[in-house]
Write a new protein. Structure first.
Lengths: 281, 237
């Protein structure tokens, strides 16, 4: 405990990592409920591979700030994927899988052919599994993350009722005059932004965990949309916090530690849900 | 008072025309049943009425203050909803969503209307229950209460009794009939159940190779109606 307090007060990078980690976890869990219920659990995974591919290309063509290129590309793919919905030639899951592995392959290929770095596998590995870059955040990046998170949370609260209506029954919402396409677009853009931000934290292979574990765990116990959303936000924040603390103290990789904590908590919720049965409303 | 006018409507997807030369009117207070075989275009017609898709040609007009977004809609259940964590209250209230425009939260009036419709459907005791734990009949009542939140004039129902047992089916029909008679809500229903269609409806629209539209009596006098009746008598013997 003393060691923890000492670490927190002495090293600003630990505080930054905590702030950013907790905020990203909060944002991803809010949208996670909607994505899981819309059967788009895998979109996080797919989009993060797109972000990986985009990042590789950005590095090669020499864009210094990766995010300027990665963010728009990911947003465009997110919009395309979520738009597909029901009436398309390639169904949702197949489209996600296709774009996901496609951009992963292109990204790796590009890095291999054009790479100027002499530690290629190290670069690839850190992009996939999360690097230590969360521990080397600059003050600007922290503020950027704080600002974007505030925007995401405010948007989510403002459009909470619409998001519920569109998630529960898109046709009904559309038929009664809710502009569901705008809200789908909003969800797509927000999830893309979160994923590009979260790549720093857990790396592109593990982002799905931040999206699905909180939502699935909360759904074990709670039974109204509001309580599930609130519970998954709290779940995600607590797990991210614990994960980062553990990883700093024990020197384990940040991303996979957070996901490990998520898994443990998921099983705790699972058994709790089984024990409680139908008692919690 | 005419609420919906369809003139020479052709329906379908892209170049694939499913229904041609559809002509019918719906008046306030009518109870219209849309019948026809599978694939004859009943659901396409319903999607067109709801503006979820555009007609290929022809005219579809709303009057008497009705428009496609003022229609209440009872859809068939989607597979997403079967394990959706939502309370009955949340679902019914979401029927008011479009009435809010871009305002983020529900007003007191919205909540009052939602509560009123919950009472009307006699599901007050289920208000805080989880939707996925309800029986099929209860779920239909919840969705009907939601549809009523979106309209005061006309309801579109897409096979409202599919998957219900005979007792619940009868209850559902009585409930819908009540809305029609007491609340003067226009009912447009897709149905496979000819017996009940003939029992409750005032008008029948038969879609298929031949299109027949008219009052129940017109329909029974048409060749298709007669064919149906003789089949039924044949089946009973």
């Amino acid at each position: 405990m003393n060691e923890l307090i000492y670490t927190l007060t002495t090293y600003s990078f630990v505080r930054y990592a905590l702030i950013v980690g907790v905020l990203i976890a909060l944002c991803s869990s809010l949208l996670g409920v909607t994505l899981v219920l819309k059967r788009f659990s895998f979109i996080g995974d797919g989009l993060s591979h797109v972000a990986f591919g985009a990042m590789a290309i950005a590095t090669i063509i020499g864009i210094t700030d990766n995010m300027l290129f990665t963010m728009p590309v990911t947003i465009i793919c997110a919009v395309m994927l979520l738009r597909t919905g029901q009436n398309t030639k390639i169904k949702g899951d197949a489209a996600v899988a296709m774009i996901s592995v496609g951009s992963l392959a292109i990204g790796y290929l590009m890095m291999n052919i054009f790479s100027t770095s002499n530690n290629l596998s190290g670069d690839v590995c850190s992009t996939l599994f999360g690097s230590t870059s969360i521990l080397t955040l600059s003050v600007f990046e922290v503020w950027l993350c704080v600002a974007l998170s505030v925007v995401v949370v405010v948007l989510f609260i403002l459009f909470y009722n619409k998001i519920f209506a569109v998630t529960f029954d898109e046709n009904f919402a559309k038929a009664t005059g809710v502009h569901s396409e705008y809200y789908n677009l909003l969800i797509a853009v927000v999830i893309a932004v979160i994923i590009v931000l979260a790549m720093n934290l857990v790396g592109s292979l593990l982002i799905s965990a931040l999206v699905i574990f909180p939502a699935l765990s909360a759904m074990r116990i709670f039974k109204s949309f509001k309580s599930v959303t609130i519970c998954s936000a709290v779940f995600s924040v607590v797990c991210a916090f614990l994960g980062i603390i553990i990883s700093v103290l024990e020197g384990t990789p940040v991303g996979s530690t957070i996901v490990a904590v998520d898994i443990v908590a998921f099983f705790a919720f699972y058994f709790l849900g089984a024990v409680l049965g139908g008692r919690v409303k | 008072m005419v609420q919906i006018i369809c003139k020479n409507l052709s329906l379908g997807y892209e170049s694939n025309v499913i229904v041609k030369n559809l002509n019918f009117n719906v008046n306030a207070g009518d109870y219209l049943c849309i019948v026809g075989e599978n694939g004859s275009g009943k659901s396409t017609l319903m999607r067109t009425l709801l503006s979820l898709q555009k007609p290929i040609s022809g005219e579809l007009e709303f009057s008497d203050g009705l428009s496609s977004d003022k229609l209440g809609y009872l859809p068939q259940q989607t597979f997403i909803q079967r394990d959706f964590p939502a309370s009955v209250w949340e679902i019914v209230l979401s029927g008011r969503c479009s009435k809010e425009g871009f305002k983020p939260f529900y007003s007191k009036e919205d909540k009052a209307i939602a509560m009123q419709n919950i009472k009307k459907m006699e599901i007050e005791n289920l208000k805080n229950r989880c939707y996925r734990e309800l029986s099929g009949g209860q779920q239909q009542r919840v969705l009907l209460a939601r549809a009523l939140c979106a309209t005061t004039k006309a309801l579109l129902l897409d096979e409202p009794v599919s998957g219900l047992d005979p007792i619940l089916t009868n209850q559902m029909y009585e409930l819908i009939d009540n809305l029609n008679k007491k609340e003067k809500i226009t009912i447009i229903m897709i149905s496979h159940d000819m017996e009940s269609a003939l029992k409750y409806a005032t008008h029948i629209l038969h879609i298929g190779k031949e299109i027949v539209f008219g009052t129940k009596q017109d329909y029974l006098n048409s060749s298709i109606g007669k064919g149906f009746l003789s089949n039924r008598e044949g089946g009973a013997q």
